[in-house]
Every structure is written in C-alpha cells, then in structure tokens.
Design a protein around this ligand. Structure first.
Ligand code: ADP
Length: 642
C-alpha cells in the first residue's frame, strides 16, 4: 500500500449487504466477463469525484491534512497480484462507508438490474446507474477500502468484502485523508496486475481527469482537459495535438469549433472536422467520434446519442460541466437532458458552418466537397435542423460555371420577379442535363435551374420541400406552371417559321400514341414547354421525381414493380412529331415502331432504366428503314461516312 503511515484497525463488525446490492454483486461476480477493464474507469471516476468535492469543501473548510496534494495514485503489485487505488479526496466516515458501499439509494438500480438480466449485459452502463464501485468485484476476489473523511473528527475506517452477502467494517487509526482501495485480483484477472495494461486503460478512459494519475509513481494523464481552458490560452499546436489524440488522427483538422455556453445548459464543447472523409472513400461507415464528459470524467466514449447520426464525422469532446458531480450519472439517464445537449451543440455547429461559408468560402467549399453528403443526410433524416441545413446546401445550376456552386440563398437573389418557385432537375452530369429536354422552357424564359447530380439530391429537395417560403419544384413535374414569357423575351424569340400540328391533329396523335404505348405511359399530351426536343417524360406524382424512382429501384426497393406510369409530353412543333402524324396514315406499322422509340428515348433522358434489348433491336429496324430510304441518293463508294 502506498501509504507511508502506519495503520491499525480494530476487530471488525460484520454487516449484510442490502438485497439489491447482493443481486448486483451476484451478477457482477458470476456473469460479467467482458469489458472488465471498465472497473478502473469507475474507481478513478469515484476518486476524481471525491477530489473535486474536497477541492470544493476546502474553499470553506480545510479539514485534515490540507497539505496533501490532490491526486490519484495507483500501485500495481505484480507478485502479490494486487492493485491499489489511492486518492486524497473527501473520504468517507463510518456511516458513509456503510451507506455508500452497502446500500443503493439510486432509483436507477432496478433498471440496471433488468438491463443486466435481460440478456444485453451492458456492463458499460454500470457507472451511469450509480453502482460503479461494485464493478471492482468483476476483477477482485476481495476488496479493502480504507477511508478517512476530511472532517476533523474522523479517524478512519476499513471496509472489507469478498462480494458475498456481507462486509466487515472496523475502525482504523493513522489514515491520511482520502480513500485507498486495495483489489486482490482474481486468478482470471491477473492481467490487471500489469502496470502497462493499467496505463493503457487509463489513457483510454481517464486521460482528461483533471487530477494527476500516477501509476507506480509515473504520471499517466498528461493530456489536459483542453476544452475547459479559455480559447486565448490555447495555441493552434495544442488544438492540433488534442485533435490527433481524440480523433486518433495523424493529420490536421479542417475545421474546429470550441465553445462554451451557460444557457440553457452549461456545455463546453471542442469539435473537429477531420481533413478526410473516409466514408467517402468507401472505407465503411464512420463511427461517431465525439466523447461525452461530465466534469472532465469520461461518461461515454464515441457517443451515439450526444449528436445526431449525420454528424458522425465530428471528432471531439462535449462536456456538460454544470451538472453537480453527485447527480451527474443519474441526470444522464434522463435522455431528455442528452437530447437538449444534442440540440444545442448541433445548432451551434451548424451556425459555425454558416459563418465559415460567409467568412472563408474556400474552406467551406472544401468542407462541402468532402462532407456535404452528411448534411444532405441530415436534411433527409432530421426534421429539427432542416431549415438551417437548407442554408448550407450547395449545387451547380444553369447560372453557375461548370464546377462552381451556388447556395439556395444566392439563387433566391437571382430569381425573376414573376418567378414563384425554385426549380431543380436531376441528371448524371451537367452536359446530360443541358442537352436534355427538361431545361428548354426554363432557358427560354431565363429561369435558373439547379442541377441535382447526386442520386440523393432529389430526396434532399423533396424533404426540404421549400426554402425561405419558396417551393422547391422538380422540372420533370407534369403540372409545372411557368411564368409567362415577358414582352422583352418574346421579342427576342425567333419568329416561328415552323407550322405546328393543329389542336385536333395533336389530340388525335396523342390518343393514338397512348393506344400504341398502352400501360407504359399514363397519358400522352401536348407539351406547353418543349422547344427543341420531340418529347419528354413528366411525373404526374408531385412527390416523386424520376431520379428518386431510379435510386429506389437501384436500392432494391420496388425493383420488381414496373416503373410507375409517367406522362409523355409531345412537341407539336417538332418535325419528328409532325412526321409521325403523317406516317401514321401511310404506314401505321412502322409508325408504331417510331412511337415506341420516342418513348424509350424520353425514358433514357429521364434517367429511367429501360430494357436495352428491345430498344436496340428496334433501333436497327429504324436504321434499316433509314438506310433503304436513302437508296436513291447514291453515296459514292469511296466516300466514307463521318
Ligand atoms: P456513484 O459513484 O455513481 O454514486 P458508486 O457505486 O461508484 O456510485 O459509489 C457510491 C458512492 O460511494 C459514491 O457516490 C461516493 O459517495 C462514495 N465513494 C465511492 N468511491 C469513493 C471515493 N474514492 N472517495 C469518496 N467517496 C467514494
């Protein structure tokens, strides 16, 4: 024992544990074999609590041994297979030993017992239920606690138990202030009689305990609780060093956010965005990287609940500092508290992103390029932050240069007076979108269209639904209502040289095409907006875009269902459509082939999958016909086509 004071104890008094404690001990001793190393976190955390409480007390009342340094000493005896954890904290008098280590006052115990017995056996929760001390019995056959309260009138006591039904308690003398716990390790827990192992466990769980932890005299927790210091005291190097530690990283962070709030909760947070997004590289799903601390004691490493799932790329620490130590564990069971912290920190981080976008746009663009995907996931999965996330989205559009991005706010700034909605269209790339039929009418009216080129984008737009009161509308929607061309633009249009089919001719042709195409289309109708293309697919369903449908089919959902029926719009001014109206009278059989091909081409342009075999065969038939049609215009043999 690392106490250079002679101790003596009187014969002990034996007492029964409370029934709940017996139950817990029974489970701890007989059925918990994994993650046993957490016993050390629990004991260190108790010591840290005790030291913190002593520090608090000593402000008004120095107590015994005021000159003792506030620290935690661990001594490992390899031969004797013992582990001794000593702190100079507040200590316990006889009554406290009995109450604290023999009974359980916390209401969470029942819940913990159910948790442990219902098969999950998540021993990690032991601390959260206020019974962390008993974790010692996972590794120790016998536990001896010597403690002396800081109060002047206490002389000290020794508490001893083998985790069976009872413990003994006896008076001792010569004890310094604080608590010393000796664990006599079980045969199968001899691994913990190894200073290196102990140091590793401390580094993993207790690095930021604000008191020195010494293992066989050597300080182990050299990393400070950086997040509790004020920003002005921390250098960039220190931040980076901390990031490397907490994020298990080797690079420098891309962004960092260090903040402190007092209301509605006292939170200190230090968060980092790494340089690389490994999930993007296809290296599997990123696991959450933010640790939850309470008063610098680790509560949950890589917490899954303290931030939304879509912020799983963040590394760092959230410490809810204001919670009084003795209620912290219990308060944490109250998930509404965790939800509140979650919401406060998420909001603050999104605000930080907005500021970054404003102040250092290049940095934000880099961030967006690598991590924008997560924000899109947030829009789709997290209603609560949708509005703030909407401001952070970036897309190419018909107005941006290729590769350059715009925000929705900037789009709003460029909207035409008569324009009521924000338009977007999906395509696999910019060229495909611009060559396709969907943006013709928008181009003619000088209306900006956002290009959604990521498969998830249309879901993002669908969930966002509107931005600053303006609806987001996919350009492949059937019922789209475009603003009238203003005088100015109309003047610029070329006089329409081409004659279009008249109303009856168009209606007739449309009805005939519907007959030919059958269930493959819901309706065939005249287009009000096509310019250069003969036809296009539009969606009668306002909530589903063609791109969304394709993604869902690719993901295996609805894969066995036929593509939901779309409308086909035809351009009555286009030579192909006019020609088709005539061909129908002279060669209906071939006209049917052409009608089918028009539909397939429109499907391809909509990004919808079609069965290539029929289409290829049909194209050959059409080409054959084209070739035989040009028989008369004899091409000289030596003149090769381009
Ligand atoms: P919790 O720490 O969550 O309350 P534990 O079972 O770990 O639950 O500990 C029970 C109580 O025993 C603590 O609340 C504390 O009052 C007391 N205690 C445990 N370890 C120490 C220690 N090293 N110094 C002073 N008091 C302690």
């Amino acid at each position: 024992m690392d106490m250079n004071v002679e101790t003596a104890k009187s014969p002990g008094e034996t007492r029964e544990f409370q029934a709940e404690v017996k139950k817990i001990l029974d489970i701890v001793i007989n059925s918990l074999y994994t993650e046993r190393e957490i016993f050390l976190r629990e004991l260190i955390s108790n010591s840290a609590d005790a030291l913190e409480r002593y520090r608090h007390q000593s402000l008004t009342d120095a107590g015994v041994d005021p000159e003792l340094p506030l620290e935690i000493k661990i001594v490992v005896d390899k031969d004797a297979k013992t582990l001794t954890i000593t702190d100079t904290g507040i200590g316990m008098d006889r009554g406290e030993l009995e109450t604290n280590l023999g009974t359980i006052a916390h209401s969470g115990t029942k819940t913990f017992l159910t948790q442990l017995t219902d098969g999950t056996k998540d021993v990690n929760l032991i601390g959260q239920f206020g019974v962390g001390f008993y974790a010692a019995f996972m590794v120790a056959g016998k536990v001896r606690v010597s403690s002396r309260s800081f109060r002047q009138d206490d002389t000290g006591h020794v508490w001893e138990s083998d985790g069976g039904g009872a413990y003994t308690i006896s008076a001792a003398s010569g004890l310094p202030r604080g608590t010393s716990i000796v664990l006599e390790l079980k045969e199968d827990a001899a691994e913990f009689a190894d200073p290196e192992r102990i140091k590793r466990i401390i580094k993993q769980y207790s690095s930021f305990v604000p008191f020195p932890i010494l293992v066989d005299g050597e300080a182990v927790n050299t990393v400070q609780a950086l997040w509790t210091k004020s920003k002005s005291e921390i250098s960039d190097e220190e931040y980076t060093e901390f990031y490397k530690f907490v994020g298990n990283a080797f690079d420098e962070p891309l962004l960092r956010l260090h903040f402190d709030t007092d209301a509605p909760l006292a939170i200190k947070a230090l968060l980092f965005v790494p340089k690389d997004n490994f999930e993007k590289y296809g290296l599997g799903r990123t696991e959450p990287g933010v640790n939850l601390y309470c008063q610098r004691v680790l509560i949950e490493q890589h917490s899954k609940t303290i931030l939304p799932e879509w912020l799983r790329f963040l590394k760092g620490v959230i410490d809810s500092e204001d919670l009084p130590l003795n209620i912290s564990r219990q308060a944490l069971q109250d998930s509404s508290l965790v939800r509140k912290i979650n919401s406060v920190v998420t909001k603050r981080f999104l605000k930080h992103l907005e500021e970054t976008a404003k102040n250092t746009p290049e940095t934000y663009e880099t961030f967006w390029g690598d991590f924008g995907y997560f924000l899109k996931e947030g829009v789709v999965s997290d209603f609560g932050h949708r509005e703030s996330l909407g401001k952070l989205l970036r897309f190419e559009s018909s107005t941006t240069e290729p590769g350059k991005l715009t925000s929705l706010a900037d789009y709003l700034g460029r909207m035409k007076i008569a324009q009521k909605e924000i338009y977007y269209i999906h395509g696999s790339n910019r060229e495909a979108i611009e060559a396709g039929p969907y943006i013709e009418a928008f181009r003619k009216r000088n209306l900006e269209v956002i290009y959604t080129m990521d498969p998830i984008d249309d879901f993002v737009m669908g969930h966002l639904a509107e931005f600053e009161g303006k609806k987001l509308v996919s350009a492949d929607r059937g019922d789209i209502e475009l603003p009238e061309l203003d005088e100015d633009m109309q003047d610029k249009q070329q006089p329409e040289a081409e004659q279009e089919l008249d109303k009856t001719q168009t209606t007739d042709l449309a009805a005939w095409m519907k007959g030919v195409l059958g269930d493959r289309v819901k309706e065939v109708k005249e287009s009000k907006r096509l310019e250069g293309s003969p036809a296009m697919i539009v969606n009668p369903d306002a909530h589903m875009t063609s791109s969304m449908e394709r993604v869902m089919r690719a993901a295996g959902r609805q894969a066995d269902l036929p593509i939901s029926a779309k409308d086909l719009e035809i351009n009555a001014r286009h030579p192909l459509i006019k020609g088709l109206a005539t061909l129908r009278q002279t060669d209906e059989f071939f006209a049917r082939t052409v009608a089918e091909q028009i539909l397939d081409n429109a499907m391809v342009q909509a990004g919808l999958l079609i069965e290539p075999r029929n289409m290829v065969e049909r194209t050959y038939r059409i080409l054959e016909r084209a070739v035989s049609g040009s028989k008369g215009s004899a091409i000289p043999r030596d003149q090769k086509p381009e």
